[in-house]
Design a protein around this ligand. Structure first.
Ligand code: ATP
Length: 351
Protein backbone atom coordinates (compact mmCIF):
# COMPACT_ATOMS: atom_id res chain seq x y z
CA UNK A 1 0.00 0.00 0.00
CA UNK A 2 1.19 3.46 -0.90
CA UNK A 3 1.86 5.00 2.49
CA UNK A 4 0.85 8.57 3.16
CA UNK A 5 0.47 10.76 6.19
CA UNK A 6 -2.46 12.93 5.25
CA UNK A 7 -4.87 13.97 2.53
CA UNK A 8 -5.55 17.67 2.58
CA UNK A 9 -8.58 19.34 1.02
CA UNK A 10 -7.60 22.97 0.78
CA UNK A 11 -10.72 25.13 0.38
CA UNK A 12 -12.13 23.03 -2.44
CA UNK A 13 -15.21 24.27 -4.33
CA UNK A 14 -17.24 22.85 -7.17
CA UNK A 15 -19.86 24.81 -9.09
CA UNK A 16 -22.37 23.49 -11.63
CA UNK A 17 -23.23 26.43 -13.92
CA UNK A 18 -23.87 29.10 -11.27
CA UNK A 19 -24.86 26.68 -8.49
CA UNK A 20 -22.21 26.13 -5.81
CA UNK A 21 -22.63 22.43 -4.91
CA UNK A 22 -19.52 22.52 -2.70
CA UNK A 23 -18.06 25.62 -1.11
CA UNK A 24 -14.60 26.06 0.34
CA UNK A 25 -14.36 22.66 2.02
CA UNK A 26 -11.27 22.62 4.19
CA UNK A 27 -10.44 19.26 5.72
CA UNK A 28 -7.45 17.10 6.62
CA UNK A 29 -7.77 13.31 6.65
CA UNK A 30 -5.00 11.45 8.44
CA UNK A 31 -3.84 7.97 7.40
CA UNK A 32 -5.85 5.27 9.13
CA UNK A 33 -8.85 7.46 9.89
CA UNK A 34 -12.46 6.67 9.14
CA UNK A 35 -14.20 9.94 8.26
CA UNK A 36 -17.85 10.38 7.37
CA UNK A 37 -19.36 13.20 5.37
CA UNK A 38 -22.87 13.44 6.82
CA UNK A 39 -25.76 15.58 5.66
CA UNK A 40 -29.17 15.69 4.02
CA UNK A 41 -29.75 14.98 0.35
CA UNK A 42 -28.22 17.63 -1.89
CA UNK A 43 -25.76 18.99 0.71
CA UNK A 44 -22.77 18.32 -1.55
CA UNK A 45 -21.30 15.20 0.05
CA UNK A 46 -21.17 13.13 -3.16
CA UNK A 47 -19.75 16.13 -4.98
CA UNK A 48 -16.95 16.29 -2.40
CA UNK A 49 -16.24 12.57 -2.72
CA UNK A 50 -16.22 12.71 -6.52
CA UNK A 51 -13.81 15.65 -6.42
CA UNK A 52 -11.46 13.60 -4.21
CA UNK A 53 -11.77 10.59 -6.54
CA UNK A 54 -11.05 12.75 -9.58
CA UNK A 55 -14.43 12.06 -11.20
CA UNK A 56 -15.21 15.79 -10.94
CA UNK A 57 -12.79 18.65 -11.43
CA UNK A 58 -12.51 21.46 -8.90
CA UNK A 59 -13.77 24.95 -9.56
CA UNK A 60 -11.22 26.22 -7.04
CA UNK A 61 -8.96 24.96 -4.26
CA UNK A 62 -6.40 22.16 -4.16
CA UNK A 63 -6.14 18.55 -3.00
CA UNK A 64 -2.80 17.29 -1.71
CA UNK A 65 -1.66 13.82 -0.66
CA UNK A 66 1.14 14.77 1.70
CA UNK A 67 3.01 17.37 -0.33
CA UNK A 68 1.93 16.14 -3.74
CA UNK A 69 -0.82 17.98 -5.50
CA UNK A 70 -3.31 15.38 -6.85
CA UNK A 71 -6.32 17.43 -8.00
CA UNK A 72 -4.57 17.76 -11.37
CA UNK A 73 -4.34 13.96 -11.81
CA UNK A 74 -6.94 11.75 -13.55
CA UNK A 75 -8.77 9.22 -11.31
CA UNK A 76 -6.63 6.22 -12.31
CA UNK A 77 -3.45 7.99 -11.29
CA UNK A 78 -4.90 8.82 -7.87
CA UNK A 79 -5.58 5.09 -7.47
CA UNK A 80 -8.27 5.34 -4.78
CA UNK A 81 -10.73 2.50 -4.17
CA UNK A 82 -14.40 3.36 -4.69
CA UNK A 83 -17.58 1.71 -3.43
CA UNK A 84 -20.90 3.04 -4.69
CA UNK A 85 -24.51 2.76 -3.60
CA UNK A 86 -25.43 0.67 -6.66
CA UNK A 87 -22.38 -1.67 -6.29
CA UNK A 88 -21.34 -1.04 -9.95
CA UNK A 89 -20.13 -4.63 -10.46
CA UNK A 90 -19.48 -6.05 -13.94
CA UNK A 91 -22.62 -8.20 -14.47
CA UNK A 92 -21.07 -10.66 -16.92
CA UNK A 93 -18.01 -11.44 -14.74
CA UNK A 94 -17.89 -13.88 -11.84
CA UNK A 95 -17.31 -12.58 -8.31
CA UNK A 96 -13.70 -13.75 -8.51
CA UNK A 97 -13.14 -11.96 -11.85
CA UNK A 98 -14.77 -8.78 -10.55
CA UNK A 99 -12.36 -8.70 -7.63
CA UNK A 100 -9.36 -9.62 -9.82
CA UNK A 101 -10.08 -6.94 -12.41
CA UNK A 102 -8.28 -4.01 -10.75
CA UNK A 103 -5.19 -6.12 -10.05
CA UNK A 104 -5.04 -7.40 -13.64
CA UNK A 105 -5.36 -3.82 -14.93
CA UNK A 106 -2.34 -2.94 -12.82
CA UNK A 107 -0.34 -5.76 -14.36
CA UNK A 108 -0.06 -7.85 -11.20
CA UNK A 109 1.14 -11.43 -11.97
CA UNK A 110 -1.38 -14.30 -12.18
CA UNK A 111 -0.29 -16.20 -9.09
CA UNK A 112 -0.34 -13.06 -6.95
CA UNK A 113 -3.77 -12.04 -8.34
CA UNK A 114 -5.16 -15.47 -7.43
CA UNK A 115 -3.73 -15.34 -3.92
CA UNK A 116 -4.93 -11.79 -3.23
CA UNK A 117 -8.42 -12.50 -4.60
CA UNK A 118 -8.76 -15.59 -2.36
CA UNK A 119 -7.68 -13.56 0.64
CA UNK A 120 -10.15 -10.79 -0.21
CA UNK A 121 -12.97 -13.33 -0.66
CA UNK A 122 -12.23 -14.76 2.79
CA UNK A 123 -12.13 -11.29 4.34
CA UNK A 124 -15.62 -10.46 3.10
CA UNK A 125 -16.76 -14.03 3.89
CA UNK A 126 -17.66 -15.00 0.33
CA UNK A 127 -15.07 -17.71 -0.21
CA UNK A 128 -17.64 -20.24 -1.42
CA UNK A 129 -19.36 -17.88 -3.89
CA UNK A 130 -16.41 -16.92 -6.09
CA UNK A 131 -17.85 -18.43 -9.28
CA UNK A 132 -21.29 -16.83 -9.03
CA UNK A 133 -22.33 -13.90 -11.22
CA UNK A 134 -23.37 -10.70 -9.40
CA UNK A 135 -26.99 -11.25 -10.44
CA UNK A 136 -26.98 -14.51 -8.46
CA UNK A 137 -26.11 -12.75 -5.21
CA UNK A 138 -28.18 -10.85 -2.63
CA UNK A 139 -27.72 -7.09 -2.26
CA UNK A 140 -25.56 -7.51 0.83
CA UNK A 141 -23.35 -10.09 -0.90
CA UNK A 142 -22.98 -7.82 -3.95
CA UNK A 143 -21.95 -4.95 -1.73
CA UNK A 144 -19.33 -7.19 -0.10
CA UNK A 145 -17.93 -7.98 -3.55
CA UNK A 146 -17.76 -4.25 -4.26
CA UNK A 147 -15.89 -3.69 -1.00
CA UNK A 148 -13.50 -6.58 -1.71
CA UNK A 149 -12.88 -5.20 -5.20
CA UNK A 150 -12.00 -1.78 -3.78
CA UNK A 151 -9.85 -3.15 -0.95
CA UNK A 152 -7.93 -5.80 -2.94
CA UNK A 153 -5.87 -3.18 -4.76
CA UNK A 154 -4.75 -1.95 -1.33
CA UNK A 155 -5.47 1.65 -2.19
CA UNK A 156 -4.14 4.49 -0.06
CA UNK A 157 -7.71 5.67 0.40
CA UNK A 158 -11.14 4.05 0.05
CA UNK A 159 -14.09 6.28 -0.87
CA UNK A 160 -17.58 4.99 -0.13
CA UNK A 161 -20.74 6.71 -1.33
CA UNK A 162 -23.82 5.56 0.61
CA UNK A 163 -22.77 1.91 0.17
CA UNK A 164 -25.52 0.54 2.41
CA UNK A 165 -28.55 2.52 1.34
CA UNK A 166 -29.98 -0.21 -0.92
CA UNK A 167 -29.95 -2.80 1.85
CA UNK A 168 -32.69 -3.59 4.36
CA UNK A 169 -32.39 -2.28 7.92
CA UNK A 170 -31.01 -5.48 9.49
CA UNK A 171 -28.41 -6.06 6.79
CA UNK A 172 -27.37 -2.39 6.96
CA UNK A 173 -26.43 -2.82 10.60
CA UNK A 174 -24.55 -6.08 9.92
CA UNK A 175 -22.70 -4.59 6.95
CA UNK A 176 -21.64 -1.44 8.78
CA UNK A 177 -20.02 -3.68 11.36
CA UNK A 178 -18.25 -5.52 8.51
CA UNK A 179 -17.07 -2.28 6.92
CA UNK A 180 -15.49 -1.08 10.14
CA UNK A 181 -13.92 -4.52 10.70
CA UNK A 182 -12.35 -4.44 7.22
CA UNK A 183 -11.18 -0.87 7.72
CA UNK A 184 -9.40 -1.96 10.91
CA UNK A 185 -8.07 -5.29 9.66
CA UNK A 186 -6.69 -3.89 6.40
CA UNK A 187 -5.46 -0.65 7.94
CA UNK A 188 -7.45 1.40 5.43
CA UNK A 189 -8.13 5.11 5.35
CA UNK A 190 -11.80 5.61 4.54
CA UNK A 191 -14.00 8.53 3.55
CA UNK A 192 -17.63 7.53 3.83
CA UNK A 193 -20.65 9.47 2.57
CA UNK A 194 -23.99 8.99 4.31
CA UNK A 195 -27.19 10.79 5.26
CA UNK A 196 -27.75 8.39 8.17
CA UNK A 197 -26.57 9.79 11.50
CA UNK A 198 -26.57 6.37 13.22
CA UNK A 199 -24.32 5.00 10.51
CA UNK A 200 -21.94 7.94 10.81
CA UNK A 201 -21.90 7.77 14.61
CA UNK A 202 -21.21 4.04 14.76
CA UNK A 203 -18.56 3.89 12.02
CA UNK A 204 -16.51 7.05 12.22
CA UNK A 205 -13.49 8.38 14.02
CA UNK A 206 -14.55 11.82 12.84
CA UNK A 207 -17.71 13.22 11.26
CA UNK A 208 -18.07 16.25 9.00
CA UNK A 209 -21.64 17.56 8.95
CA UNK A 210 -22.50 19.36 5.71
CA UNK A 211 -25.38 21.48 4.55
CA UNK A 212 -25.91 23.53 1.40
CA UNK A 213 -22.41 22.71 0.16
CA UNK A 214 -20.76 23.97 3.35
CA UNK A 215 -19.07 22.20 6.25
CA UNK A 216 -21.19 23.07 9.29
CA UNK A 217 -19.30 21.18 12.00
CA UNK A 218 -16.51 18.68 12.33
CA UNK A 219 -15.77 16.49 15.33
CA UNK A 220 -15.74 13.07 16.91
CA UNK A 221 -19.06 11.22 17.05
CA UNK A 222 -19.24 11.96 20.79
CA UNK A 223 -18.68 15.71 20.26
CA UNK A 224 -21.30 15.96 17.55
CA UNK A 225 -23.81 13.91 19.48
CA UNK A 226 -23.46 15.89 22.69
CA UNK A 227 -22.47 19.36 21.49
CA UNK A 228 -23.90 20.42 18.15
CA UNK A 229 -22.94 24.04 17.65
CA UNK A 230 -25.83 25.23 15.54
CA UNK A 231 -29.52 24.47 15.38
CA UNK A 232 -29.33 22.82 11.97
CA UNK A 233 -26.63 20.40 13.15
CA UNK A 234 -28.64 19.72 16.33
CA UNK A 235 -31.74 18.91 14.28
CA UNK A 236 -29.73 16.57 12.15
CA UNK A 237 -28.31 14.86 15.25
CA UNK A 238 -31.74 14.05 16.66
CA UNK A 239 -32.61 17.10 18.80
CA UNK A 240 -36.21 16.82 17.68
CA UNK A 241 -37.70 19.18 20.28
CA UNK A 242 -37.20 22.86 19.55
CA UNK A 243 -38.99 25.39 21.77
CA UNK A 244 -38.91 29.16 21.54
CA UNK A 245 -37.56 30.42 24.87
CA UNK A 246 -36.40 33.55 26.60
CA UNK A 247 -32.75 33.06 27.42
CA UNK A 248 -30.50 34.69 30.04
CA UNK A 249 -26.87 34.14 30.97
CA UNK A 250 -26.37 31.79 33.94
CA UNK A 251 -22.62 31.80 34.42
CA UNK A 252 -19.84 30.94 31.99
CA UNK A 253 -21.00 28.63 29.20
CA UNK A 254 -24.44 28.25 30.83
CA UNK A 255 -27.75 29.72 29.92
CA UNK A 256 -31.14 29.79 31.62
CA UNK A 257 -34.04 29.23 29.27
CA UNK A 258 -37.65 29.68 30.18
CA UNK A 259 -40.88 29.11 28.37
CA UNK A 260 -44.46 28.76 29.57
CA UNK A 261 -43.34 27.69 33.04
CA UNK A 262 -40.71 25.23 31.81
CA UNK A 263 -37.38 26.27 33.36
CA UNK A 264 -34.36 24.80 31.69
CA UNK A 265 -30.72 25.38 32.22
CA UNK A 266 -28.80 24.70 29.08
CA UNK A 267 -25.32 24.64 27.64
CA UNK A 268 -24.08 27.54 25.53
CA UNK A 269 -24.14 31.32 25.52
CA UNK A 270 -27.38 33.30 25.81
CA UNK A 271 -28.10 34.48 22.27
CA UNK A 272 -28.90 38.08 21.49
CA UNK A 273 -32.37 38.12 19.94
CA UNK A 274 -34.73 35.17 19.49
CA UNK A 275 -33.61 31.95 21.13
CA UNK A 276 -34.62 28.30 21.06
CA UNK A 277 -33.92 25.39 23.38
CA UNK A 278 -33.36 22.03 21.71
CA UNK A 279 -33.32 18.58 23.28
CA UNK A 280 -33.83 14.94 22.34
CA UNK A 281 -36.98 12.92 23.06
CA UNK A 282 -34.70 10.52 24.99
CA UNK A 283 -33.73 13.27 27.41
CA UNK A 284 -37.24 14.13 28.55
CA UNK A 285 -37.62 12.84 32.13
CA UNK A 286 -41.09 12.09 33.45
CA UNK A 287 -41.37 13.06 37.13
CA UNK A 288 -43.72 12.37 40.00
CA UNK A 289 -43.76 15.76 41.67
CA UNK A 290 -42.39 18.91 40.09
CA UNK A 291 -41.85 19.64 36.43
CA UNK A 292 -44.09 20.99 33.75
CA UNK A 293 -47.59 19.55 33.46
CA UNK A 294 -48.54 18.06 30.11
CA UNK A 295 -51.11 15.76 28.63
CA UNK A 296 -50.10 12.65 26.70
CA UNK A 297 -51.24 12.75 23.07
CA UNK A 298 -50.41 10.15 20.44
CA UNK A 299 -48.30 7.23 21.68
CA UNK A 300 -46.15 5.03 19.46
CA UNK A 301 -44.89 1.66 20.72
CA UNK A 302 -41.27 1.10 19.62
CA UNK A 303 -40.52 -2.31 21.16
CA UNK A 304 -38.08 -1.30 23.87
CA UNK A 305 -39.92 1.90 24.74
CA UNK A 306 -42.67 4.32 23.81
CA UNK A 307 -42.51 7.58 21.89
CA UNK A 308 -45.20 10.02 22.98
CA UNK A 309 -46.45 13.50 22.22
CA UNK A 310 -46.69 15.56 25.40
CA UNK A 311 -49.03 18.51 24.95
CA UNK A 312 -48.10 21.57 27.01
CA UNK A 313 -50.83 23.80 28.49
CA UNK A 314 -50.17 26.36 25.74
CA UNK A 315 -50.72 23.73 23.01
CA UNK A 316 -47.10 23.14 22.01
CA UNK A 317 -45.97 19.55 21.74
CA UNK A 318 -42.82 17.93 23.14
CA UNK A 319 -41.80 14.49 21.91
CA UNK A 320 -40.71 12.16 24.72
CA UNK A 321 -39.28 8.67 24.83
CA UNK A 322 -40.42 6.69 27.85
CA UNK A 323 -39.48 3.29 29.21
CA UNK A 324 -42.82 3.14 30.99
CA UNK A 325 -46.05 2.62 29.07
CA UNK A 326 -47.95 5.88 28.55
CA UNK A 327 -51.63 6.20 27.74
CA UNK A 328 -53.14 8.80 25.53
CA UNK A 329 -55.03 11.39 27.60
CA UNK A 330 -52.95 10.75 30.75
CA UNK A 331 -51.67 13.75 32.76
CA UNK A 332 -47.90 13.74 33.35
CA UNK A 333 -45.12 16.07 34.48
CA UNK A 334 -41.67 16.28 32.99
CA UNK A 335 -38.31 18.02 33.14
CA UNK A 336 -35.20 18.02 30.96
CA UNK A 337 -31.75 17.78 32.63
CA UNK A 338 -29.70 20.94 32.15
CA UNK A 339 -26.75 19.26 30.45
CA UNK A 340 -29.05 17.83 27.77
CA UNK A 341 -30.44 21.17 26.62
CA UNK A 342 -28.70 23.23 23.94
CA UNK A 343 -29.71 26.84 23.49
CA UNK A 344 -29.26 28.48 20.10
CA UNK A 345 -30.16 31.75 18.54
CA UNK A 346 -32.89 31.13 16.02
CA UNK A 347 -36.52 30.76 15.36
CA UNK A 348 -38.50 27.61 16.21
CA UNK A 349 -40.61 28.10 13.10
CA UNK A 350 -37.49 27.62 10.97
CA UNK A 351 -36.67 24.30 12.65
P1 ATP B 1 -27.57 12.82 -2.15
O1 ATP B 1 -27.48 12.28 -0.77
O2 ATP B 1 -28.99 13.06 -2.60
O3 ATP B 1 -26.75 12.07 -3.17
P2 ATP B 1 -25.49 14.83 -1.90
O4 ATP B 1 -25.37 15.48 -0.59
O5 ATP B 1 -24.54 13.77 -2.23
O6 ATP B 1 -26.98 14.31 -2.09
P3 ATP B 1 -24.61 16.12 -4.32
O7 ATP B 1 -24.93 14.95 -5.21
O8 ATP B 1 -23.21 16.36 -3.99
O9 ATP B 1 -25.45 15.99 -2.97
O10 ATP B 1 -25.26 17.42 -4.97
C1 ATP B 1 -25.08 18.71 -4.42
C2 ATP B 1 -25.84 19.71 -5.25
O11 ATP B 1 -25.25 19.82 -6.54
C3 ATP B 1 -27.30 19.37 -5.47
O12 ATP B 1 -28.06 20.55 -5.41
C4 ATP B 1 -27.30 18.77 -6.86
O13 ATP B 1 -28.54 18.99 -7.48
C5 ATP B 1 -26.18 19.53 -7.56
N1 ATP B 1 -25.53 18.71 -8.58
C6 ATP B 1 -24.84 17.56 -8.38
N2 ATP B 1 -24.34 17.08 -9.54
C7 ATP B 1 -24.71 17.94 -10.50
C8 ATP B 1 -24.51 18.02 -11.94
N3 ATP B 1 -23.81 17.09 -12.58
N4 ATP B 1 -25.04 19.07 -12.59
C9 ATP B 1 -25.74 20.02 -11.95
N5 ATP B 1 -25.97 20.02 -10.62
C10 ATP B 1 -25.47 19.01 -9.91
Amino acid sequence: MQAFQELRLDHISRHFANHAALRELDLTIRAGEFISLLGPSGCGKSTALNCIAGLLSLTSGQIRLDNKRIDVLPPEQRGFGMVFQNYALFPHMSVRKNIAFGLEMRGVGRAEVAARVEKALKLVRLDNLGERLPGQLSGGQQQRVAIARAAVIEPPLVLMDEPLSNLDAKLRIEMRHEIRRLHNELGLTTIYVTHDQDEALSLSDRIVVMRDGVKRQEGTPEELYARPQTLDVALFMGFRNVLEVSAHPAGPGRVRAETAGLQMEGVGEAPVGPAVAAFRPDDVVLTDGDGLPAQVGQVEYCGRDWLADLRLPDGRVVLARSHLALNSGEAVRFTVPADRVRVFSGDAAAA
